[in-house]
Design a binder for this molecule. Structure first.
Ligand SMILES: Cc1cc2nc3c(=O)[nH]c(=O)nc-3n(C[C@H](O)[C@H](O)[C@H](O)COP(=O)(O)O)c2cc1C
Length: 378
């Protein structure tokens, strides 16, 4: 039986991802150099412990629900070697979990880099450190050079999800079964598997997946509690249709009620003009176009699969904030954008800023009171 249908589902007692706030909020990629912005502009995020903990504390003070690190083992090159310096996700989550009180602390885990017994044990440990706020973000990987560093073959796309299905099945068994079990699959063989103690969250910690392909969506519907979806269009109707389709698929195929989140980037100014000028400066004057070219070519996105103007737009969104929803303008316009995401049916959104620390401090001071006034945090 699925976690959310079990009478012993106590996760909402400790994990804020299940709170009743209209639009939940989180930070994205505070563990890597550059954060979410591919730019040589001054003030981009550095990978150092004081910076990442400052951002976690700001999120904690605003009672953000999610702190989501990105799993990255090698930079994307370009003039900034985007995301090339980074903290490993489980150990990052353990440290951040000890320093914060409220948000869910995620570990983003590339399936082939961690044995499921190790992943289950580390996740359980972080759940204890954080008092029941651990969340596992399952990623199968798409950046071949970083996974090839591990010396294992990079499987084709759908086999990566087949492996992930076994991986998460073993983890769930370790998290929930009281007796030793055997497991024999195509990718893993477990002999008399057992894990004690269990996590704080029962029946097990929350699971997230951001798979977008049919195989990724099927994995999310079947195993995850939260699905993340990147957006192809930003108008209300298209976004609403996307959220509905994600939820409906999970319900129709597996009778599971999943939460749906997205990510957004904030370029805020005193005036809309100021915000747009700064956006132009970061992307068109100082943007790391070589890094984004590497990114789209590794992802297999070409001018054959996208019209040239659409491809240029996509690159812009990737450079500005990992292809998130654009929130560019005054504080009021940023809040309007968040209202639109809520109206589209999203349960939550991750946020990022180009000058991450400065931007988030300004958000707390200037914008967050308006977010609350708008009723998004009720
Ligand atoms: C919010 C979010 C977080 C993600 N985090 C990572 C990550 O940390 N590492 C990674 O390699 N991929 C990450 N991805 C990529 C997804 O795991 C996934 O591979 C991608 O959306 C393509 O879907 P597919 O795997 O079904 O083809 C993320 C995607 C989103 C939208």
């Amino acid at each position: 039986m699925d976690a959310e249908h079990r009478s012993d589902d106590r996760r909402r007692d400790t994990n804020p991802l299940f709170n009743h706030r209209k639009l939940k909020l989180g930070t994205f990629c505070t563990n890597l150099s550059g954060g979410c912005t591919m730019s040589e502009a001054e003030g981009m995020l550095d990978c150092d412990w004081p910076s990442t903990t400052r951002l976690a504390r700001l999120a904690d003070e605003m009672e953000f629900e999610a702190l989501v690190p990105v799993g990255r083992w090698k930079g994307l090159g370009g003039t900034t070697d985007f995301n090339g310096r980074g903290f490993e996700c489980y150990t990052w989550a353990a440290g951040i979990g000890a320093l914060t009180k409220y948000p869910a602390v995620f570990a983003t885990s590339h399936v082939p880099t961690v044995h499921p017994i190790m992943a289950a044990k580390q996740g359980m440990t972080i759940d204890h450190i954080s008092g029941g706020r651990f969340t596992l973000n399952v990623v199968t990987g798409w950046f071949a050079p970083e996974l090839e560093m591990f010396g294992a073959p990079f499987l084709d796309h759908d086999r990566r999800y087949a492996m992930a299905a076994e991986w998460i099945t073993v983890i769930k068994k370790l998290w929930t079964e009281d007796e030793e079990f055997d497991f024999v699959g195509a990718y893993y063989e477990i002999k008399k598997g057992i894990m004690r103690p269990k996590a704080v969250q029962t029946p097990h910690p929350v699971i997230m997946c951001a798979g977008a392909s049919p195989a990724g969506r099927e994995f999310t519907a079947r195993y995850a509690d939260i699905g993340f979806t990147a957006l192809e269009a930003h108008d209300l109707d298209s976004m609403r249709a996307r959220v509905d389709a994600h939820r409906k698929y999970a319900w129709d195929q597996h009778h599971r009620d999943i939460k749906v989140w997205t990510n957004a980037y904030i370029f805020q100014g005193e005036t809309e003009r100021e915000a747009r000028d700064y956006y132009r400066y970061c992307i068109f004057e100082k943007g790391d176009w070589a890094a984004v070219d590497n990114l789209v070519s590794i992802m297999g996105i070409t001018s054959q699969s996208f019209a040239p103007t659409a491809l240029a737009r996509l690159k812009e969104h990737f450079m500005a904030g990992w292809n998130g929803f654009p929130l560019i303008g005054t504080k009021e316009q940023v809040v309007d954008g968040l209202i639109t995401l809520s109206q589209a049916g999203f349960d939550g959104t991750l946020l990022s800023w180009p000058r991450y620390i400065e931007g988030m401090e300004e958000f707390r001071r200037e914008t967050y009171p308006l977010v609350k006034q708008a009723g998004l945090r009720d």
